[in-house]
Design a binder for this molecule. Structure first.
Ligand SMILES: N[C@@H](CCC(=O)N[C@@H](CS)C(=O)NCC(=O)O)C(=O)O
Length: 217
């Protein structure tokens, strides 16, 4: 059986879990042995990051976007790849915007959560960068309920967990109405998060967050 080095708190792992659930693939849920920076896990992924998908062959594949492509190739039905080439390209560009223009700018904000003296300049710059990313996203979204239209795609697997964390971080840092100026993003988020697969994945993330918070007390 394939294995996923996984964490309930990772938007990148959640993206892969959405695909596994959607496709009905059996998988084994594993935690990084000894933690993300242990010698053992660094021998699995020298970047010390999750997710990693271990194939039946034993090959350990990092990078969530590439894992998504692999799952589509290896388990083509049901598919998260639009059939139409333009929609397929749109799904890919949306996933890249999610990764490089939104999720990337959440990293410093996660870092600041545990900082004793919070660096307000870093926080301000990160939210400004996220806002730019949301503007980019706004320009690419199509009428939903999903990101490229009526059907779920790989774009939604990237976006749903990331937008959850954007909203959560906005709440934690007191940024009111984080999607406010971006009407299409707001409309997409409201429709996409209500879909049953999103509800399942967001529930897992929320449970993971609650467990993490409890472990910190
Ligand atoms: N580009 C990678 C990013 C993975 C990533 O950053 N995962 C985070 C968890 S959300 C992680 O493992 N962070 C640990 C670290 O950066 O030290 C992917 O898409 O899989």
């Amino acid at each position: 059986m394939i294995k996923l080095y996984n964490s309930a708190l990772s938007p990148f792992a959640a993206r892969v879990r959405m695909a596994l659930y959607f496709k009905g693939i059996d998988w084994e849920d594993v935690s990084p042995p000894g933690g993300l920076k242990s010698e053992e896990y660094l021998s699995i992924n020298p970047a010390g990051r999750i997710p990693v998908l271990e194939m039946e062959s034993g090959y350990q594949l990092p990078e969530s976007e590439v894992i998504m492509e692999y799952l589509e190739d290896a388990y083509p039905g049901p598919t998260l790849r639009p059939q139409d080439p333009e929609l397929r390209a749109r799904a890919r560009v949306l996933a890249r915007i999610s990764d490089f223009h939104v999720a990337e700018h959440m990293r410093p904000l996660f870092g600041q959560l545990s900082a004793k003296d919070k660096d307000q300049a870093v926080i301000k710059a990160s939210f400004a960068n996220i806002d730019d990313g949301l503007r980019y996203l706004e320009a690419q979204l199509r009428p939903g309920p999903w990101a490229v239209g009526a059907d779920i795609s790989t774009a939604d697997c990237a976006l749903v967990p990331v937008l959850f964390f954007v909203e959560m971080l906005g709440g934690v840092y007191g940024v009111a109405n984080i999607f406010g100026a971006h009407d299409k993003v707001s409309t997409y988020w409201a429709a996409a998060k209500a879909q049953p697969l999103s509800v399942k994945i967001l529930d897992e993330i929320q449970k993971g967050l609650a467990e993490y918070m409890a472990s910190q007390q």
